[in-house]
Design a protein around this ligand. Structure first.
Ligand code: ADP
Ligand code: TYD
Length: 206
C-alpha cells in the first residue's frame, strides 16, 4: 500500500506524515517513509540542486529534475518495498509535480504531466492521498516562524504568494477530480485533531 501526503509548503503535511508513521510503527507494521525530492543518494543530490536559492532553473528543467529524483526513488526503494507488501508513506509524490510545475509554473497541462508521471513511476501510484489544505497566508506565517528559528527559505519557498495560490488551487482541483483517492483535511485544525481524522480515515480505508 502506498499513502501520500500533499499540500503547499508550511501546510503541516510532514507533521501528519510523521504522526501516521509513528502510529503504524507503534503497531509493529513494516513502514518505508520517504520524502520528495530525496530518499536515495542520487535523489538527495538532485534535491540539493533544486532547492539551492543561488540557482536559476528553467521551469521545464525543474520539472524533469523533480521527476528524475522520483524515478530513482521509485525504482531503488519504493517498488521493491511495495512488492514485499510493506506500507509506503510518501511525504509528497507525483501530485506535487502536477500542482507545482503544472499549476504553479504552467510547464504543461495536468493530463500530460500525469501521463508522464505514470511512465516515470512505472505505474506505481498512491492508494490514498491526504491533502492538507491551508490558506497561503497561514502557511506563509508558519514558515516565517520556522525561518527565524533555524533555517532560511529554499529556492521553491522564494516563489511569491500568487504561485502558491495557483498550487493550492491545482491541488483542490485534483482532489475534486479523484475523490476516491484523495482525502482533504483542513490544515487549520490542531495537529492532534488532524492526526485523529487521518487515522480514522486510514483505519476505515485499510
Ligand atoms: P510542511 O511539511 O507542509 O511544510 P510542516 O509539517 O513542516 O509543514 O509544518 C510547518 C510548520 O507548522 C511547523 O513549524 C509545524 O510545527 C507547524 N504546524 C504543523 N501542523 C500544524 C497545525 N496543525 N497547527 C499549527 N501549526 C502546525
Ligand atoms: P521541502 O523542504 O521538502 O518542502 P516541504 O517540507 O514543504 O515538503 O521542499 C520541497 C519543495 O519542492 C517544496 O517547495 C515543494 C517542491 N516540489 C515541487 O515543486 N515539485 C515536486 O515534484 C516535489 C516533489 C516538490
Amino acid at each position: 500500500m502506498i499513502i501520500s501526503f500533499e499540500g503547499i509548503d508550511g501546510s503541516g503535511k510532514s507533521t501528519q506524515a510523521n504522526r501516521l508513521v509513528e502510529r503504524l510503527s507503534g503497531q509493529g507494521k513494516e513502514i518505508l517513509y520517504v520524502r520528495e525530492p530525496g530518499g536515495t543518494a542520487v535523489s538527495e543530490r538532485i534535491r540539493d540542486l533544486l532547492l539551492d536559492p543561488s540557482l536559476t532553473i528553467y521551469p521545464f528543467a525543474e520539472m524533469l529534475l523533480f521527476s528524475a529524483a522520483r524515478a530513482q526513488l521509485v525504482h531503488e526503494k519504493i517498488k521493491p518495498f511495495h512488492a514485499r507488501g510493506g506500507i509506503v508513506i510518501c511525504d509528497r509524490f507525483f501530485d506535487s509535480t502536477v500542482a507545482y510545475q503544472g499549476g504553479g509554473r504552467s510547464v504543461a497541462d495536468a493530463k500530460w504531466l500525469e501521463d508522464f508521471q505514470r511512465t516515470i513511476t512505472a505505474g506505481v501510484w498512491p492508494d490514498r492521498t491526504y491533502l492538507v489544505d491551508l490558506p497561503v497566508s497561514t502557511a506563509a506565517q508558519r514558515l516565517t516562524a520556522r525561518f527565524s528559528e533555524h533555517e532560511t527559505a529554499d529556492r521553491m519557498e522564494l516563489a511569491g504568494p500568487e504561485f502558491f495560490e495557483r498550487v493550492r488551487t491545482t491541488y483542490l482541483q485534483l482532489a475534486a477530480k479523484d475523490p476516491t483517492r484523495y482525502f482533504v483535511v483542513d490544515g487549520s485544525k490542531s495537529e492532534d485533531a488532524l492526526e485523529n481524522q487521518i487515522w480514522n480515515d486510514f483505519s476505515t480505508f485499510l
